[in-house]
Design a protein around this ligand. Structure first.
Ligand code: AHR
Length: 634
């Protein structure tokens, strides 16, 4: 017997309560959300020909019969270092092939926009021919570009795919012989999210949109910090024309991987402007996290000396101007030039990702002062280090409390049992202290990054149980997000992940379904729900939370049963009239080891039906291992 008092509003639930954490790990950006299909499109990887294959290796050397491509340096251009010079010797069919990001996913009858920057140097090369091919070389769509200039010129065209193929490649050939320079060979589906150029993969954004996230945290994660300071994420290098954005090796390149991924670079085609735009599209608050002058402490831990911290702080101040400044300010002007005169209305900024210790606190203080001096209403998110245990965690918290930090980011990657045991984690947190951002968490079925570590039902159910504790503590917990968000089936460095994709398809895991159920049913005001006068935090494997949505005029009750048996639960409703006919959504699966997959993407997904109250009681048989949401109009 549980009791809900409808007149007793315990706390406000922040609109930011359930959000998403995006990091370019597992090929989530280039090769994932960012819809560019050509890998190493402007020959900027450490090996300028990575991603580009020339089928007969004998064609790769100078003076071969058909031709050769070689990389050329633009002297003095630090952001766009290379282009290639192709020498076509005769008409034997010199070919340049791009393999895409583990192939290119193309869909029958869909159109793809091609962009090539070219300059005819010598000879009589008349056209560039571009074809989709499959592994056997069969042509699956083609187009031709007629060259009209010996100066650098941008050419555009479209290819239409004649067949659906997950592993297509692009083949480039030439008509005529001579020398031609090529740079920025780019290919996007026409059908991106909102049809935008330089756009995002529609299916992946749709999955995020359907969650109705309260915030979007970007760009990470460890990539914020970099393995070295030199390799940190620098937002200023990710805005402006895409061809001028300097590429960078990804911090997740090769390391911590089930398979080596030496081809993992950041093109920054998905940069800070695009992240702000995505936040706006999702109706989510943007939450950028910036380097605080500390490289990843799991790697070099390199520190910028305190007297050299200014440029890092300036990056933070300039970012706020980029997001919110008028178009007459230097950075607001750049935002305007990118097509967004209106401010993005940035409210939050994160200082450092997962840093810890005195080095962090020392740097945080300087950042916080500079930001607050110039932008007093900006809300600053600070870090508490990884996995909350150990002295550094206590130390960080004590210091941040003294400094009256506003929001502290906590991360935990733990076994499912930990999540079931910790639903009361925040019950004792000081209501007057800093607010909580549970910024990265996920239950681990085995161990991080193991191929055996699955997004199984036990993990998702345990998170659902734990999340009742986040919600019940809405007074102190203001933002939460599962991590990592996305992973390519063939190119991941970390498991588990909330959304899996390949070149053509994507699906939400059981964990995604849990997050979505919470985020789309969060309510505005927390109500008390009790069992024998106490919060429901796992007694008899039962967890519960109750809220009302003052805008939609709804009562929302979330119940989680982590036992292997059906539990008959009666929720007694006090205080206000409730419409007796409501709905029940049930998320469960036959086995705790069940997972969603490309073959069965909806195996674990909520089933909704009508639910009727008995007088003022909701009498419900909670299925074994299930997460249930009851909803009634008020
Ligand atoms: O989510 C994966 C990684 O876990 C993040 O990059 C980092 O912040 C944490 O250690």
């Amino acid at each position: 017997n549980l009791e809900v008092d409808l007149t007793n509003t315990v706390a406000k639930i922040q609109p930011t309560m359930y959000g998403v954490f995006f990091e370019d790990i597992n090929f989530a950006a280039d090769g994932g959300l960012y819809a560019e299909m050509i890998k190493n499109r402007s020959f900027e990887f450490d090996n300028p020909f990575m991603g580009w294959i020339q089928p007969n290796s004998d064609r790769h050397s100078f003076n071969e019969n058909s031709g050769i491509a070689s990389a050329v340096n633009y002297t003095g251009n630090p952001t766009n270092k290379n282009y290639i010079r192709v020498k076509v010797s005769n008409d034997k069919g010199y070919e340049l092939i791009n393999e895409g990001f583990r192939g290119m996913g193309i869909k029958k009858d869909a159109a793809y926009s091609l962009y090539i920057s070219a300059s005819k140097k010598s000879g009589d090369i008349k056209t560039i021919n571009i074809q989709f091919i499959d592994k056997s070389g069969a042509v699956l769509g083609e187009t031709k570009i007629v060259l009209t200039s010996s100066d650098w010129k941008d050419y555009t065209s479209q290819l239409v795919a004649t067949k659906t193929e997950a592993k297509a490649q692009i083949k480039i050939t030439f008509e005529g012989t001579g020398e031609i320079d090529l740079d920025m060979i780019s290919l996007f589906p026409v059908d991106t999210w909102k049809g935008r150029k330089n756009g995002l993969r529609k299916d992946l954004v749709q999955l995020l949109y359907d969650m109705n996230p309260g915030f979007l945290r970007f760009p990470g994660g460890c990539i914020v910090e970099g393995r070295t300071l030199e390799q940190r994420y620098q937002w200023k290098k990710t805005v402006g024309p895409v061809e001028d954005r300097e590429n960078l090796i990804n911090r997740w390149n090769t390391e911590f991987s089930h398979k080596l991924t030496p081809d993992y670079f950041q093109s920054f085609g998905l940069g800070f402007f695009e992240y702000f735009l995505l936040s706006e599209d999702l109706g989510a608050e943007a939450l950028p996290i910036l380097s605080c002058g500390m490289a990843c402490q799991f790697n070099t831990g390199e520190l910028v000396p305190m007297e050299e911290l200014d440029p890092y702080i300036q990056d933070a101040l300039d970012l706020i101007e980029f997001a919110n400044g008028s178009i007459d300010t230097p950075w607001g002007k750049i935002r305007n030039s990118m097509g967004h005169p209106k401010p993005f209305n940035l409210k939050y900024i994160g200082v450092g990702n997962e840093q810890w210790g005195p080095d962090y606190i020392e740097r945080y203080k300087v950042f916080a002062k500079a930001i607050k001096d110039k932008y007093p209403t900006m809300i600053i998110v600070s870090g508490s280090g990884p996995f909350p245990e150990g002295d550094y965690f206590e130390y960080g918290w004590e210091e941040l409390k003294k400094l009256q930090a506003e929001i502290v980011d906590e991360h935990y990657y733990k076994p499912p049992q930990w999540f079931r045991d910790n639903a009361s984690r925040y019950d004792a947190y000081d209501r007057k202290g800093p607010k909580i951002f549970a910024g990265e968490y996920a239950a681990q079925s085995v161990a991080i990054a193991s191929p055996l570590n699955k997004n199984n039902w036990e993990c998702a159910l345990s998170e659902a149980a734990f999340m009742t504790g986040l919600e019940r503590n809405a007074e102190v917990v203001h933002l939460t997000s599962y991590a990592p968000l996305m992973a390519h089936e063939e190119g991941w460095q970390w498991t588990p992940d909330m959304i899996w994709f390949n070149n053509l398809e994507s699906y939400g895991t059981a964990n995604y379904q849990v997050q979505k159920m919470y985020a789309t049913n969060k309510g505005t005001d927390l109500l008390s729900i009790t069992l024998d006068g106490k919060p429901v935090t796992g007694q008899s494997n039962l967890y519960a939370t109750a809220a009302k949505d003052s805008d939609k005029k709804e009562l929302i009750i979330k119940l989680v049963n982590t036992s292997n048996n059906i539990q008959n639960v009666t929720v007694n409703l006090f205080g206000k009239r409730v419409n007796s006919k409501g709905t029940i959504s049930v998320l469960t699966s036959d086995s705790l080891t069940d997972v969603n997959s490309f073959e069965t993407p909806n195996l674990i997904s909520p089933k909704e039906s009508i639910f009727k109250l008995k007088g003022k009681k909701a009498v419900v048989d909670l299925e074994a291992n299930s997460f249930v949401i009851l909803k009634f109009k008020l």
